[in-house]
Design a protein around this ligand. Sequence first.
Ligand SMILES: Nc1ncnc2c1ncn2[C@@H]1O[C@H](COP(=O)(O)OP(=O)(O)OP(=O)(O)O)[C@@H](O)[C@H]1O
Ligand SMILES: [Mg+2]
Length: 252
Amino acid sequence: MSLQKAVEASERRDAIVDAVISQKGGVGKSTITVNLAAVLGENTRPNNEGEDAPVVAAGIDPQGSMEKWADRVAEDKLPFDYLSAKGNNDLIPELKKDPLVRRIVVDCPGFMDVDHASVRSKDPLGHGAAADALRALLAVTDRAIVPINPEWLSFDPTEYTIERILKPRGIPFLVVINRWDPRDGEDDLEKVKEWVDKRGYPRAPQPIRKYKIHTNAAEKGLVVTQYQPSGTALRAKEDFYKLALAVDSVSI
Ligand SMILES: Nc1ncnc2c1ncn2[C@@H]1O[C@H](COP(=O)(O)OP(=O)(O)OP(=O)(O)O)[C@@H](O)[C@H]1O
Ligand SMILES: [Mg+2]
């Protein structure tokens, strides 16, 4: 962050908005949103003594997937607040100005209806409720987190998200490899790392490993900070702590 920006931010005390975004469905946007919010929630001090953890996980999916997740959650046990901004495009810009909020992690819709045929200089987000929600979000986004899986099918949508949606808006971003299965060996991991690095995209140094515990937890409405102690739980948590550090090392 430049000195001027840092001074402005401390004067305004605006919350930092991190958007978890990819044009590809199922890469782990929702998983990353809630678990990153959990780790941040446990490690972010409120602006004022005695207040709750000032971290919010928000969903802008017009289909309200954050609500579906929230149905399964023991709300009072979460180290963050969550909300669905479904249909209200002013909610996140307003929340950013809320003096009690420090961080907002936003889960973007699973399906981004982009116009591949649009010329490069044009916004490919198209029309519709999801596109409008995304545009409103991106206008106040400080940083983007772009999940990629170690499968070539997720490579092109990653590039499209970065080149056509983030770069034209000047939004700093971090690519994070998600759902790497250590049992598959290092080959797939090296391939995706090489692909990301060749394009000069900033990348989280450590991938988020694929653990069944994450998939099961999603069903039960649990986040990584609530996992029952075990070796796997420790490694699963470690991945998200490292992600939080990597995210915060990207200047905004
Ligand atoms: N690191 C991981 N380890 C194991 N399972 C994972 C991991 N990341 C995501 N998953 C599982 O993969 C599936 C897709 O993940 P998730 O729902 O987070 O993706 P998404 O990008 O939000 O999908 P959509 O585009 O449909 O909104 C879920 O079943 C989730 O539990
Ligand atoms: Mg999702």
